[in-house]
Each structure stands twice: as structure tokens, then as C-alpha cells.
Design a binder for this molecule. Sequence first.
Ligand code: PLP
Length: 373
Amino acid sequence: MIYLDNAATTKPDINAINYAKGFLLEKYYNPSALYRNGIEVANSIKETKQNVLKFLGGVNFDVVFTSCGTESDNQAIFCAVKRGVFVTDKGEHSAVYKSFLELKNRGNTVLFADLNKDGSVNIDSLIDIIRNNKVDFVSIMHVNNETGAINDINAIARAIKSINKNIVFHSDGVQAYGKLSYKLSNDIDLYSISGHKINALKGTGALLINKRIKIAPFLIGGGQENGLRSGTENVFGIKVFDFASKNHYNNITENFNYVKKLKEKLISKLDKDLFYIISSKDSSPYILSVSAIGLKGEIVMHLLEEKGIIVGNGSACSSKSPFSRVIESCGLGKDILSGVIRISFSIDIKEEDIDLVADELNSTVKDLKRIIK
Ligand code: PLP
């Protein structure tokens, strides 16, 4: 099987699991306990936080471990600003997008900036909103999970704050962490990351919080994580996350260049009469969004599955529209919208796998077109 849905989730790293196993079976103590064993575990969690901050250059940030990227996004969106005007863009993952719809249900004003054709946020549209409204909170994702488009969040945060320095700026970094080399600027207030996108476990995420920001807890209880996220810490998950993060950051440029080569190879081999390439040249090399023009992406996905190739299709459709909300917002035609396939890479994929994947993609789509005619 060739697994090409790594933007959805990745295979857990067995070395990370082995590294953390001691925290599951031996050092299982409560990190809030006052005896030595508990204190040691608490110190180990602190060490992981320091590592995360080191990778992201976040000297001005604190880290709160959460259960996933979705929880991190929710805490940022619901707990930093009580009421007001909230701005995001049309390309956000549901963890942000649907939270904004909920903000609206609760009586807040929510505004959505437009997208460019590749899924990146349209800066003119965003700045226009910021200039013409008394905005309290902005959330712009770092890497779009459907198209791989990269938003320059440091530049965006700077531009926004030069208009209104009181805006709280959040970014969903779930598809960027461990994959792109970057440092968070001090203009970023909140940043979400998730473990299972980088070969750690499902059920681990984190929210980085700029020290100047006051944020309320999302979970209330025993006061863990400096009162910001109650609940006994998932120590095993956090330590797997620690190892997986180190592994990714130690090889970040090498990995980036390798998957870039895979992506470019696949693009060059796809029959351009059959496929429209949605992802732009400067998108994250980990994500390639294409469309089998005029066909249904879901059907192509299932046909590939029968051949042992796993890809994603245009993200979860709602009952209102058969198309991906995000790709639809890129302003592409119906013929392209229906056929979206997301291919997302990892360093486990071999170069020769790409030859096979390209051949199967081309032949599957060609055959399907012939049958449909
Ligand atoms: N944000 C983005 C951009 C994502 O791609 C995802 C998952 O696909 C999430 C948030 C949600 O992360 P999690 O599955 O850890 O809740």
C-alpha cells in the first residue's frame, strides 16, 4: 500500500513510542503530585515545552498541551476575546471555520476574507476588513490543509497590527509544524499545533500563547497547565510528541527538499489534459491538490484504493454543497471542483512509488473518462 493521505494523519513513529514507553509503564505518576516521582514527570513535560519553543523560536510564548489541534483552535478562538468582531478567511479548517460560525450564533460579528486561486488568503480583502471594522480577533491559518498554500503569517500579523495594535492574532499551524522551517514573530499571539500530523499520536496538540496575552481556560478543573487546561496531562502522548518533533526538526530541510522532489516529480508526470493542478508552485511540498477534470474525486479515490494507493479527496462536503467549501472559495469552475484529490506526502514514500502513483492516476482517470463517454 502507498499511503498518500499524510495531511489527514501520519503513521506513529515506533522510535517515538519506544522512547516514551517509560512514561506509560514506569513513570506513570501524576505530574501534579508533590512527591519526587511526580515532580520528575512534571519537569519532563516542562522540558518538552522548552523544545517546542526552541523549534518555533518562541521565546515570548508559553505552551499549553491540549488533546488536539481542534482543541487548540477552540481555546484560541473562544477564550482570548470574550465578545466582539472576529475575522478569519474562507479557507480555514473546520476547527476554525465552524468555531467562527458558533461565534456568530453567540451574537458576535464574524467576517471572512476571500481566498486567492491557490487557497492562500487574499491580503487586500483581509486588510480591507481590518481597515473598515473595529476588529478584536483575527485567525489566519499558516498552511492550508487542502491546497498546501502557505500564508506568510508573520507578515500578515505585522500588517494587521500596524493598523490596529490591539487585535489578537491567532494562526492554525497544524500543517506547518515540523514541516516548514520558520520562527514565530512577536506579532503572533496564539499558535495551534497537533501531534498526529508529524508521526506522533492522535490526542496530542498544543497551543502557544504569547506571554502578553491573557486567555481563559477551555477546560476547568484541577488547574493543570497553569490553570489554562485542566485535566491530568497525557504524559505518554506529550513525550511521543517530543520525540517526533525533534525527529522532524533535526531533519527539517532535508525532509522538505525530499518531499518537494516527490511532489515536483508527480506534477511533472501527471497528464495535464486530465488533471488541473490546484496547488501553487510555492505551496507546502507536503500537500498537492489536483483535480481530475470533470470527474468525481471520490470515485477516483476509491479506484486508486483498489490499486493499493490511498489519497484524500476534497475535504468533507456538507449536505448543502457536494464540493469542498475551501476549493469552492478559490473561485474554480464546477468541472474542477468535483474532481478534487489531495495527495499528501511523507518521507516514507520512495521516489519509485511516485512513478507508479503517476501511472495509476493517469490510467485510472483516462479509463474512467472512456467509460463515462
Ligand atoms: N487545522 C488544520 C489545518 C488541520 O489540517 C487539522 C486536521 O486535519 C486540524 C486543524 C485539526 O487537528 P486535529 O485533528 O489534531 O484536531
